[in-house]
Design a protein around this ligand. Structure first.
Ligand SMILES: CC(C)(COP(=O)(O)OP(=O)(O)OC[C@H]1O[C@@H](n2cnc3c(N)ncnc32)[C@H](O)[C@@H]1OP(=O)(O)O)[C@@H](O)C(=O)NCCC(=O)NCCS
Length: 244
């Protein structure tokens, strides 16, 4: 019988690996130091999952989730607050909200199942449906914090596997999307800027621009004309699952 996965904190070398992986999937202007501050402020929701294989400890997957006071979480859902602008000191629950119960939304920043030994890329290995297992762990840890009432979970899905996994877990789109582009050489950056006044430079990744689509605005598909002159390198969608 399989032994259960071991749960542990995320050491700094692993955090740097996660940062690189996240930036490759989702090229937002997130400084490493900000990621480190999130993990430091709530280490309980940053988890590495591992198992012993032939005497070695092998990390099979990771999860980093951020607890936000409800008012900030709701701004994140609508795109008013960008993920990279989440400030742990100001937005995580820390007792300043008063003595009573505090309503919290838990945002999944990163979930990843690593390709283990003998597992081909895209293969499921020994831990299928890892995302569900990792989300369940976060939900049960958050429930143990007596003062919190978790009102919902969210995730900004950036990959096909992520989109499928969160949809399967009952997450639905809030309508906020981010599209990352690089200039199409045929059009050049000047044409891009003129075509869409909502584009911004994604500061951490020079040359990458971000287009935001807010709830109630056009779909990514119907907004394609706004993107003429750009090459889309990544598209993310905010999703939410409210707790009953
Ligand atoms: C997201 C992730 C943790 C989900 O792990 P999981 O719960 O074990 O689920 P799986 O990876 O087995 O598969 C999820 C679905 O995506 C599909 N999928 C997996 N890799 C895929 C890929 N590269 N492209 C397209 N679809 C893919 C699977 O076939 C499966 O589809 P199904 O639900 O129709 O069966 C894992 O796929 C992963 O680590 N991916 C890389 C990192 C990542 O994308 N993180 C999420 C960012 S939003």
């Amino acid at each position: 019988m399989d032994t259960p996965l071991q749960r542990g904190p995320i050491p700094s070398a692993l955090l740097q690996t996660i940062y690189a992986s996240d930036q490759a999937m989702y090229p937002a202007p997130l400084p490493y130091e900000r990621l480190r501050s999130w993990v430091a402020a709530c280490p309980d929701l940053s988890i590495s999952f591992g198992e012993s294989i032939a005497g070695d400890h092998v990390v099979v997957g990771v999860m980093i989730a951020l607890p936000l006071v409800r008012s900030h979480w709701e701004r994140l859902l609508s795109g008013e607050l960008r993920e990279a602008d989440v400030d742990a000191e100001a937005m995580f629950p820390d007792g300043r909200e008063g003595a009573g119960v505090v309503e919290v939304g838990v945002h999944v920043f990163h979930v990843e199942r690593f390709e283990g030994p003998g597992v081909s890329r895209g293969g499921r290995g020994r831990w299928p449906r890892f995302a569900g297992l990792a989300v369940d762990e976060v939900v049960s840890r958050a429930a143990l914090v007596g003062r919190w009432r978790v009102v919902g979970l969210s995730a900004l899905t950036a990959t096909d596997a992520g989109r499928k996994s969160f949809k399967r877990m009952g997450f639905t789109p809030t309508g906020y999307k981010e599209i990352f582009t690089v200039p199409d050489q045929a059009f050049g950056t000047a044409a891009m800027g003129a075509a869409n006044n909502r584009q911004e430079i994604a500061g951490g990744n020079p040359g990458v621009q971000m287009v935001c689509v807010y709830p109630g605005e056009e779909s990514v598909e119907s907004g394609k004309s706004r993107l003429s002159g750009c090459h889309v390198i990544s598209a993310s969608e905010m999703t939410v699952r409210y707790m009953s």
